[in-house]
Design a protein around this ligand. Structure first.
Ligand SMILES: [Zn+2]
Length: 207
């Protein structure tokens, strides 16, 4: 095994285990992955979350060729859930407005929704690159499908997936009860910048 990837295998494993325990995925669906240079550590396709271990994760290169692992890699290499409330917005083709400061902090704008792309199609990556909100935390509602997120680490991608689901849930309930106020663009920009600076400092402290 590639020794430098041991830490990344452990990180991806922890992010993967957190998906079902936070109710973000059902059955074997969903995925989380992590990248180190030319290597991507990814969940094998169709394997139960209970059967996962850091050692049976698959390592692929950036073109998707399997470097380590006997199990087929999952069909895509982005963090990916079918979490309930966020998927409702994906089904409606609606972005999630910036009702919450958390959305401003992490994503710096509404959580956008993609055009329809069939599951497993390589166009999903292209769609994500073009339409996901940019930054350390990236997210895109995949039309009629679910949620794709990315971050600098598997933990960031997981955080993004959790905040997207939480935001969708609040948005749904708020819209159901009344007319929630969207944060003004100027305020969203300020919050996002401030969060970015604070996040940078925290990362520096950890070295
Ligand atoms: Zn899916």
């Amino acid at each position: 095994m590639i020794a430098v990837l041991e830490e990344l295998r452990a990180e991806v494993y922890r992010a993967l285990k957190a998906l079902p325990s936070n109710g973000l995925v059902q059955g074997t669906s969903g995925n989380a992955s992590g990248r180190d240079g030319d290597y991507v550590v990814i969940k094998p396709s169709g394997v139960e979350y209970d059967s996962l271990s850091p050692d049976n994760l698959v390592v692929v290169d950036l073109s998707g060729r399997v470097i380590e692992g006997v199990l087929k890699p999952s069909v895509d290499t982005l963090a990916h859930t079918h979490s309930t409330y966020a998927t409702v917005y994906a089904v409606l083709g609606r972005s999630i407005p910036v009702y919450l400061t958390e959305i401003a902090d992490l994503f710096g704008g509404p959580i956008p929704v993609s055009s329809y792309v069939p599951p497993g199609d390589e166009k999903i990556g292209k769609e994500f690159a073009e339409k996901a909100c940019p930054g350390r935390f990236q997210a895109l509602l995949m039309r009629n499908h679910g949620v794709f997120t990315a971050g600098k680490t598997p933990k960031d991608a997981l955080t993004a997936a959790l905040i997207v689901e939480h935001s969708a849930r609040i948005a749904h309930l708020a819209e159901d009860v009344g007319n929630p106020a969207v944060l003004p663009e100027e305020e969203v920009r300020k919050l996002h910048e401030r969060y970015g600076e604070a996040y940078g400092q925290r990362s520096d402290e950890k070295g």
